[in-house]
Design a protein around this ligand. Sequence first.
Ligand code: PLP
Length: 360
Amino acid sequence: MERKYNFNPGPGVLPLPALERAAQALIDFEGTGLGILETSHRSKEFTVVIDAATERLRRLLGIPDDYDIGYFQGGANLQFSMLAMNFLPSDGAADYVDTGTWSSRAIQAAGYVGKANVVASTKEEKYQRVPRWDEVTWNETAAYAHITSNNTIYGTQFQSFPDTGKVPLICDMSSDFLSRRIDVSRFAMIYAGAQKNVGPAGVTLVIMRKDMLDRCPDTLPPMLNYSKFLAKKSTYNTPPVFSIFMVGEVLRWVEENGGLDTVEKNNDKKAGLLYGLMDEDPDFFRGTAKADSRSKMNVTMRLPSEDLEKAFLAEAAEKGFVGLKGHRSVGGIRVSIYNAMSVEGVEKLVAFMKSFRKSH
Ligand SMILES: *Cc1c(COP(=O)(O)O)cnc(C)c1O
């Protein structure tokens, strides 16, 4: 069997060693004679899996002790609603930075609960950049401030994080979680759907500063209440056992391959190869993100015509490069280069892009 070069935006490519361990575990998990899908979430074997994943994540990201780590279902989209239900009083307001589709969804969800103030938006500029922090004025009385670190559809990414003073900073990191070193202590809450960079769909990681839990209203039922859900160590109900197992295996792969330093170095290299090629002749592969906002996870571009884009996608697919079509809302080409995409895979794609440019 030949595996293709998978540039899908999400669910995205996963590391082969993690998939191989999963294939084995589907049949016989840890020599128990049961598959992981058939294993109780209360078994000691699974308890070891979830605890080990949590400890690996803590080590890899340097997550301080005053933060809890949780595994939720419902995707990042449930978090859009849930964080507002927990932290936005109905008569209160929260600050939101609008950098594209996903942040707009977060804003929309918060609007059902209280007031979402859009303190900055690059919508007028077609989301081709993220705002500079000196363009944003935060409200001192905001319940929290919400940002999206990487805009999967538009190919933009914040290169730094804002200082919001006493206002808790909450970040949707779905599409660049674990792609670079970050200072977790800058955030009150980080969340990420696993299916972009750390595992399969079905689980969403949440990193929560513990003092935030005092704010969760008692009126919320336990499944929607961070304090109650996290107190049960993400097993208030049956958690997505297999998805959590896979996250653990991906984290193992990251740790065994040099940790975040190596991940970050490789991601810089991959993005550098693509942007380098685009900059050689900006009229052919025309980047859609402004240079200072370029994402190292999703590299977006247009070709001189839609016909050429179609031809590009077709020829790429023939050569085994898949998942390169831009989001249906923006068109064009999008190269998603998550952690599990190798430098070699990007080198091969870049070689193909060069030859395509030459022949067209
Ligand atoms: C994919 C994505 C989402 C949506 O995630 P779901 O898990 O499908 O709800 C939200 N935010 C960002 C930044 C994303 O890339």
